[in-house]
Each structure stands twice: as C-alpha cells, then as structure tokens.
Design a protein around this ligand. Structure first.
Ligand code: PCD
Ligand SMILES: [Cu+]
Length: 833
C-alpha cells in the first residue's frame, strides 16, 4: 500500500472496499469523505436554514451607522462642504470630511498597485460617485437622510471617460496632484521577444489581425461590501468585521495605514456572499468606518448599496485589445502579437501582483506551441471608478484567453480550416510538459487534445456542422453557429518569488489540530466566499489521515486565530492552501506513526499506513492495527517519551510553480436573422483541474462560472455617458443573467494531475468564466462567418447581432405575415427600414 496518492489515477474510479460508510451513494470513495467523494456541503445547513452570518448581520451595542456622501460629478473641484444642516438632524452624531481624516493621517490610502487614493476627497473629485463626506448617525435611515443634507459646492471640470481620448494631447489632466504626472498615461508594459516575433511575422505566409474590446464589467456579488469597525479603547484594539477575500493581507494594510500595531488589529471575515475579486481591494468605506469608530469610540457599521457597489468598487476588464497571428498556409501558428490599451479609472487600483502590472496577461499564447510572442500594454487614467480586479480571473488571464481563442477562430476562418482541426495542429503536445511558453511561463501538465476530443463527442459536433450547412443551403431564417474554446489558465499564485499583494508574498497556510477524542480542527489562511472550503478542505484531511470528513471542522476568516494567509482569489485556495492542508496532515501522520509504534509495541520502521482503511498497522500483520482516533488518544494520554504530547502541525506552503488547468468548451447557438436573438442549442464544458477533491462542488463551480460567462458575452457592460455618469450602474441597467438566459449545461472532465502539487490538484473556480466567453462569441461569429463576419463585440445583445447580420447581408425583415392592429381597426404593414 503506498501512502502517497497515485497521481495518475482518477480518484473517483479507484478500487475500494465496500466498508459501508455513511451515505455510500454519495461517499463513493473510501466512504469517509476523502478525495473524489461527492460530500454534501457542510456549510449549506446554516445557509439553507437562514443561519448564515454576514457582515450586515453583525450588531453591536451602541453601534452607529455610516452613510457616504458621493459626488454627482465625474470631475470637479470641491469648493466647500457644509455639514451644518445634516448635523442639525436628530440622531446625527458626526459629519466627516477629508479635513477630519487629515488630522489622523487617514485622508488617503495606498491602493494595491502603490497608487494613493483619497478616502474622502480632499481637493478634486475624479469619478462620479466618489466618496466626498461621511455621515455618522444612530440609525441607517437618519444617516441616509442626513447625507442628502450635506451641501457640497463643486467647480465642475471637463471629464474624460474613454482611455483613448484620455491619452490625447488636449485631454483634461486627471491626476494633477501628482508632481511628475503630465498626462493621463500610467504605465507601459511589454513581454516576450519583440524582434524575434517581428521576424516571424515578416516571413510568415499568412497573418491575421483583429481588434476587440473586453468591455468593463462588474463582479456583482450578491452581498455588497461593508464593515463593522469597533475600536476598543480599553484594549487599544481595532476589530473590523468586513467583507474580505484576504483578511490577513487586509490586517497588515490596515495596520500600516492606521499606525495601529498589527497585533492590535483583528479582521474578521464572516460568511461572505460572493467575492469574485470584488472583495480583494480595500475601499474607502472600510477606512471611514474604522476612522469613525476610532474617533467616536463606538462601533460603526457601513454597508454599501447596490448601485454604490457597481459604481465605485473594483470593476473588471476594460481592455481594448488588438491581436495578430502569423502562421503557415497549413495553419500552423508561428507567432502571436498583442497590443492593449487598458482603462484603469481614476487611480491605479488594480489587484495584481506588483511584478505584473497587467497581471498574467502574458499567458496570451494559450494552449498553443508558438515560436515567438510579443505583447505590449498601456494603462491610462480616466474619470471612471478605479479597478481592474481579477473578476473570476487570475489577474487578466480572462482577457488573454479571450484574445487568443478569438484569434484562433479568426485564423481558422481566414484559411477555411475547421476550428477544431486548427487547434489540433497547434496544441502543445501532451508529452511536451513541463512546457515553457514563449513568454516564459512553466506549464505543469496538460492533455489538450483529449479534452477537445471529449467535448467534440459530447457536443455531437459533426451533426451540428451538417445542420449548419443545411440551414445555409436552405436560406433558413435561423442560422447555426458552433464555437470552440480550448483554453489554458494559470492559477494558484505564488510562488512567492513571483507573486505578492502589496509586497507580501503569496504563500498560504494550514494549521491542523487533532483533539484527544479523535476529531480535528483545520485552520486555513484562505477565505471561502461560497466555494465550499469548509467541506473540501475537510476532505483533504479526511483523505490524508483516514478520518471521517464529519470529524473535521474547518475554520477561516479570523486573523486572531487563523495562520497568516493571502486569501482566496485567482483560484489559489486549492493549489496553495490545499497543498498546505495536505502537507500539515502528512506531518500529523508522521507523528501519528511514531505514536502508533508505541501503542502497538512495534518498531516505527515496521509501521505502515493504509490509505484504504485509514489505519496504521504492523508490517505483515494487518490485524495488529490502530486508527487515528486511537492514536489521538495516545498522543494526549500515553505519548511516547521521544515525542511531545499533542497531535498537531502547521504548514506554510510556497508553491514551486502555478497550476495550469484547462478545458474545451463547445457552444452551439441559433441566431435569428430577423431579430438578432441568440439561443443556446448546446453548451458543453469539459474541464481538467487535475485530481478532483469534490466533483459535486466542481460541477457547481462550473455552472456558476458559465452563467457569468454568458452574462459577459451576452448582457453585462458598465457604461458611461460623456459627462462621466455611470449609465449601467444598477441592476436595471447592468443586466445579470437570470435562470431564463441560462441553458442546460453538459459538463465533462478529464484528469491530468499537477505533478508538483501534493495531491495533484489544480484550481478550477475561474475556468468557466475564463473559458466560456470566447466559445460563445466564436459561436455567434461562426453563424455568420460564411458571409464574411470576423468579429462581434460583447455584450452580444440582439441589436448588436442584428447590426452585424445586416452588415453582411444576412438580416431579413420582419415576417410578412405580421401586421400591427390599431384601435381604429386599420392595419399597417411593418415599415422596411
Ligand atoms: N481539483 C479541485 C479544485 C477545486 N476544487 C474545489 O472547488 C472549489 C474552488 O477551488 P479553487 O479553484 O481552488 O478556487 P478558490 O480559490 O477556492 O476560489 C476562488 C475562485 O472561486 C470562484 N467561485 C466562487 N464561487 C462562489 N460560490 N462564490 C464566489 O465568490 C466565487 N468566486 C470565484 C472566484 S472569482 Mo477571483 O476572486 O476574481 O480572482 S477566484 C475565484 C473549492 O471548494 C475547491 O476545493 C476541487 O474540489 N478539486
Ligand atoms: Cu476508495
């Protein structure tokens, strides 16, 4: 019996004894809830019974409420703020402005990209709805009424919301408070080999180019951001309950900004109602609540409204991208070139590792074996809310994947080669791993063709290709389009040498304590926001220690008790903290072995651990065995002299590399030539995240992420008018997909373990949102490419699609047999234009 998992086997298919464990139909593995078992989520009992505990559920004696006064202008100098009418209202405790915060050195805060953002505007407003003042009152209604009575005098300036216009010579200067800033240019960044790439392009038989926008999106978690800050002057301690995806990193930043020593700051992230990258940055509201509590010596709650969340907190994407591919006549890709203009809003407050100002955008060569690649990117300030967060995306991987997967379709159409076939000709072969990409990334493992083959079969690809041709031949009203995306992601940051948040290296941690009665508590440095860590991390321990999953409690989100970790984003929990949990459990197992030897009165060398039974036994004498529960008792009641009492271990894990999950998605759409409406006929998603901990949770992750991918491709867009007003800043205008827009998903998987991860797992949380938008756009383009369409911009609303249909001569006017009846009985034929 080997004690390490067989990384090449699919966990859910391995042989095991029918040990009659609980719920055998669900616990398909060893029956203890280990790797590969569909354990139902431990956290759901409290969520389903209404016992979740979110920040807004926190109530403290004497708690005050904070409401933020926001600017109606996108660009304006503040002439005067008069809070006297607000203060006159019953129940109003304070009106805070930048001047009040300046006294405590809290008027500004650092962003994650080393820029400085106003907590409350001191001089000049730089985006609509920016924080101008704060009202603190005894209840939320009073605070809200009072906020409307704060009078602010503005000198309105000309705004610029478009990145290209912002870089023009005559554009208004947004960041005039910065000494060395003469224009709205933030940074230029490049990657790859420019000369070598140019050479490849100069000599290539075929080149294609396409410009495409990845529109500004909002992560839109159901729970908005919020905080309850509580300064305790008796203990000199600041406790902040807040919506945080990274409680420890936020504690360090809070301490640095406020000057309160770090051991006197406690950040608690209770249940979080979705994060999606939106809860990685620190927002002014958190700081205002903390400052107010410090000054007033009472707890202060700040909870954002929906439109405040959409209009002011970290947006995602907003990349204007140009892609180019150089290839042979046979469609073998030789070179890739990309150029990007990035709108970063009024501050550089993106959430990226500091060495990568454009995140992991440099994975833009995707799943393909490419000789040379070069990318350049320019960032610009505009009068829009700051952001550039990793919305279900490992730091700009989503944009990169969209670009390359769209470009491969452009190339396929140019050469009239089937898009599945062209991918096959260019995939990094499965025996080429570990593979170093043209931009220097080390892919751990992959088998791209296998995933594509599986998806093609599940999608009944050939049938739909025939149906597509039949519809074209018959001049049918509804066209068929088939889109493919064979994506590769890079997830699981660290390694610490490459990745950090504001200088803190991205390792992660686990602290496992086994109690005398044989159950255990696992504390982790990552922060679940719905992913189900309380279940899956318990499964890792169950697998590694032979315990039952129900005997393990997972704790997270309290910096006073959890080991230091960097939090959950970039699908890093499994790759990094998951590894830490496995290693901590193995450390416990090592010690358990010595205790087992003592209990079984055998030499330690003769003790073997059996993964199937989860027991230790004497070599050659399986009946002389002992369970982890018995060992735990021994550790506290009968510990051998050469071991300390107790049974626990800590691990801080800095991964050697990131993990590279991949997949192939195939989308079949029907495009209505009359209305531009797009219907999903088939939606197939084959994912490979290495060894799987909980297939049911993964399935849920895929479903949720695909829904977000559909929102991206079809509906969502944060828009601005020329005055800098957000026109897509609430759920009436920012359209999230509902059950009506979501088709039936058919999911499948392949298993290619990560060779460097202790349990062979890769991240998966972001794959569906990363992989699906290009598949969907490719499908819609595919429906029209026979007529010359090469691109359709997202979101592909019916009017956008109809315009393209019309452009390439595929639109048809409303059916002749429809007529409009009017009250007077007269009918009118629909007009032609
Ligand atoms: N192989 C494998 C992998 C994985 N898994 C699972 O699954 C999950 C996931 O995982 P991952 O991939 O590792 O990830 P994480 O880190 O945990 O998480 C994160 C992600 O996650 C996702 N998903 C979700 N879900 C929910 N419900 N909610 C939320 O919020 C969310 N978010 C999103 C996002 S956005 Mo960023 O932040 O943007 O960067 S990133 C993200 C978990 O539970 C785990 O354990 C398993 O089982 N197996
Ligand atoms: Cu098993």
């Amino acid at each position: 019996m080997s004690s390490e998992p067989d990384l090449t086997a699919e966990p859910e298919e391995h042989q095991h004894a029918d040990d009659g464990g609980p719920q055998p139909e669900k616990h398909c593995g060893h029956g203890r809830g280990g790797m590969g078992e569909e354990v139902t989520r431990k956290e759901d009992k409290r969520f389903i019974t209404g016992r979740g505990n979110y920040v807004d559920d926190i109530k403290k004696p004497g708690m005050l409420h904070c409401e933020i006064v926001r600017s109606p202008h996108a660009h304006a100098r503040i002439e005067d703020i008069d809070g006297s009418r607000a203060m006159a209202l019953d129940g109003v405790v304070a009106v805070l402005t930048a001047d009040d915060l300046l006294e405590h050195d809290l008027a500004t805060m650092p962003t994650l990209m080393d820029d400085t953002q106003d907590v409350l505007v001191n001089d000049k407003v730089k985006f609509q709805s920016q924080e101008v003042a704060a009202v603190i009152a005894e209840d939320r209604y009073t605070a809200k009424d009072a906020a409307e009575k704060v009078e602010v005098e503005y000198d309105v300036l000309e705004p610029v919301v478009d990145a290209e216009e912002a870089l023009e010579d005559d554009a208004p200067l947004i960041r005039d408070e910065l000494d060395d800033q003469e224009d709205n240019h933030i940074f230029d960044w490049e990657t790859g080999d420019k000369e070598a790439t140019q050479e490849v392009f100069d000599e290539a038989a075929v080149t294609v180019e396409e410009q495409m926008e990845y529109q500004r999106l909002h992560p839109a978690p159901i729970e908005t951001c919020g905080a309850v800050a509580d300064w305790d002057p008796g203990k000199d301690k600041m406790t902040v309950h807040m919506t945080s995806q990274a409680p420890h990193a936020h504690r360090t930043l809070f301490s640095q900004v406020s000057g309160i020593p770090e051991h006197k700051v406690r950040i608690v992230s209770p249940d979080v109602g979705g994060g999606f990258g939106n809860k990685v940055p620190i927002y002014p509201g958190y700081v205002v609540a903390a400052a107010a509590s410090y000054v007033l010596e009472q707890p202060v709650k700040w909870i954002e409204e929906r439109s405040e969340n959409i209009q002011t907190t970290g947006f995602a994407r907003d990349y204007d991208m140009t892609g180019e591919i150089a290839a042979t006549e046979d469609g073998v890709i030789q070179g890739v070139k990309v150029d990007v203009l990035a709108n970063h809003g009024a501050y550089n407050a993106a959430a990226q590792p500091s060495k990568f100002p454009a995140g992991f955008f440099n994975i833009f060569t995707g799943s393909y074996d490419v000789d040379a690649a070069y990318g350049s990117l320019t960032g610009a300030f505009t009068n829009t809310a700051p952001g550039g967060v990793a919305y279900r995306c490992s730091f700009r991987v989503t944009e990169a994947v969209y670009l390359i997967e769209r470009m491969v379709k452009v190339l396929a159409d140019e050469l009239d080669v089937d898009p599945a076939e062209i991918r096959r000709r260019n995939f990094i072969p499965s025996d080429a791993f570990p593979y170093e990409s043209a931009t220097g990334w080390n892919y751990d493992s992959g088998d791209y063709e296998k995933a594509l083959d599986k998806a093609l079969e599940m999608a009944d690809y050939e049938h739909y290709r025939e149906e597509q041709q039949r519809r074209i031949a018959e001049d049918a009203d509804k066209l068929i389009g088939i889109g493919i995306s064979s994506f590769t992601e890079v997830v699981g940051a660290g390694p610490g040498k490459q990745c950090d948040i504001a200088g803190i290296e991205m390792f992660d941690s686990a602290d496992l304590r086994v109690n005398p009665t044989g159950n255990a508590v696992l504390r982790i440095g990552v922060q679940t926001q719905g992913q189900g860590h309380e279940t899956t991390f318990a499964q890792i321990v169950a697998e590694e220690l032979g315990m039952d999953v129900d005997d393990i409690t997972v704790e997270h989100g309290d910096t006073d008790t959890e080991p230091y970790g960097l939090g959950t984003y970039g699908s890093r929990s499994t790759p990094v903290a998951g590894a830490a949990a496995a290693v901590a459990a193995r450390k416990v197992r090592d010690k358990a072995k010595s205790i087992a030897a003592n209990e079984l009165e055998a030499a330690e060398e003769d003790i073997e651990w059996d993964r199937e039974s989860g027991e230790f036994h004497v070599a050659g004498a399986p009946d002389r065995s002992i369970t982890i529960t018995e060992i735990a008792a021994g550790a506290y009641m009968n510990s051998p002299g050469n071991e300390e009492p107790g049974l626990e271990a800590v691990n801080y894990y800095d991964p050697p590399e990131m993990t590279y999950p991949f997949g192939s998605y195939i989308v079949v759409v029907e495009v209505d030539r009359e209305t531009g409406e797009v219907d999903f006929e088939k939606f197939v998603a084959v994912d490979d995240c290495g060894n799987r901990i909980n297939p049911m949770i993964i399935e849920g992750q895929i479903h949720g992420g695909l829904a977000q991918g559909i929102g991206t491709a079809m509906l969502e867009h944060v828009t601005y008018d020329d005055n800098g007003n957000v026109t897509g800043g609430d759920f009436m205008n920012y359209l999230l997909p509902t059950a009506n827009e979501i088709p039936n998903f058919e999911t499948g998987h392949t298993v290619t373990p990560s060779p460097h991860h202790p349990i062979g797992a890769k991240g998966v949380g972001e794959s569906p949102t990363v992989g699906s938008p290009p598949a969907i756009v490719n499908a819609v383009v595919d429906a029209m490419s026979h007529a010359g369409t090469s691109h359709v911009e997202m979101p592909m609303t019916p009017d956008t699609v109809w315009e393209e249909l019309d452009e390439v001569g595929l639109s048809i006017s409303p059916s002749e047999n429809v007529s409009f009846e009017f009250d007077d009985g007269a009918s009118e034929e629909p007009a032609d234009d």
